[in-house]
Design a protein around this ligand. Structure first.
Ligand code: ZN
Length: 253
């Protein structure tokens, strides 16, 4: 069984299309989307539509929750665990969310609001793969590649099964803990690891050994097309997003 896990598209349609074309060149059983569809890029609605049209199962990301919060006038708040995680408290970020919400339909927002926190891929012997955006308990907490082993154990315990794949941190890594596996799949539309290419991961269930293995993928796409669209967009904060796309490094860092 081969599962392609994509995440953190962030409204970058050329990156999403390049990744889906790359996935379709190989063999796979399912594509799963680990959240952060729309926020920060010039094509928020189009990215949601491409994923919905293809029937790709998905979970919600933190920025998806904030889009719903802003789009519902605060009726459906994001489930942050610390107030510092609340993007919508920052006027600059809030303006960018409002720009994206103006480009989404009620159906897009309803779709984002309906997404679950976790998606389970069953495997023989209870060796399931769980896909989440950030952690199995919420889509906001940030678990970095150098997190203490106890934190990764807690993620695996909360998810159950044998493997956990997540997005959110926009870098790729894998850590094995005994016979279990934690994978960060990277970001399709906004990588933070210095490599501009779109990132995703393929998780393969090894029937003989009863465990999941990961292969990281990178796909070149037309980054200048996305930068040009951002420049033309008048999206608040577009210059900051352009700097992230140009350097493939996180904002302010
Ligand atoms: Zn993200």
């Amino acid at each position: 069984m081969r599962i392609a896990v994509i995440s953190d598209v962030h409204g970058n349609l050329p990156a999403l299309e390049a990744v889906l074309a790359d996935i379709e060149k190989g063999s796979y059983d399912r594509v799963v989307m680990a959240g952060d569809f729309a926020f920060g890029g010039p094509w928020p609605a189009e990215c949601i539509e491409v994923i919905r049209e293809r029937g790709i199962p998905a979970v919600r990301g933190n920025t998806d929750e904030f889009l719903v919060e802003v789009g519902s006038g605060g009726r459906i708040p994001a489930h942050v665990s610390t107030e510092a995680q609340r993007h919508t408290a920052s006027p600059a970020l809030r303006a960018r969310y409002e720009w994206a919400v103006e480009r989404l339909s009620a159906a897009h927002l309803e779709y984002l609001a309906s997404l679950p926190l976790a998606y389970l891929v069953p495997a023989p012997g209870g060796a399931a793969l769980t896909v989440v955006h950030a952690t199995p308990w919420n889509c906001h907490d940030t678990i970095q590649p150098d997190a203490p082993e106890a934190t990764l154990q807690a993620m695996l315990d909360a998810a159950g099964g044998q493997a956990l794949a997540y997005g959110h941190i926009h870098v790729q890594y894998a850590r094995a803990l005994a016979d279990r596996l934690v994978v960060a799949v990277g970001s399709v539309g906004l990588p933070f690891d210095g490599d501009q290419r779109a990132a995703y991961a393929i998780l393969t269930f090894n029937e003989d050994q009863g465990r999941w293995d990961v292969a990281f993928r990178r796909v070149a796409y037309n980054v200048s097309q996305t930068i040009a669209a951002l420049r033309a967009s008048a999206m608040p904060g577009a210059e900051g997003q352009i700097a992230v796309l140009e350097t493939a490094r996180p904002p302010h860092g």
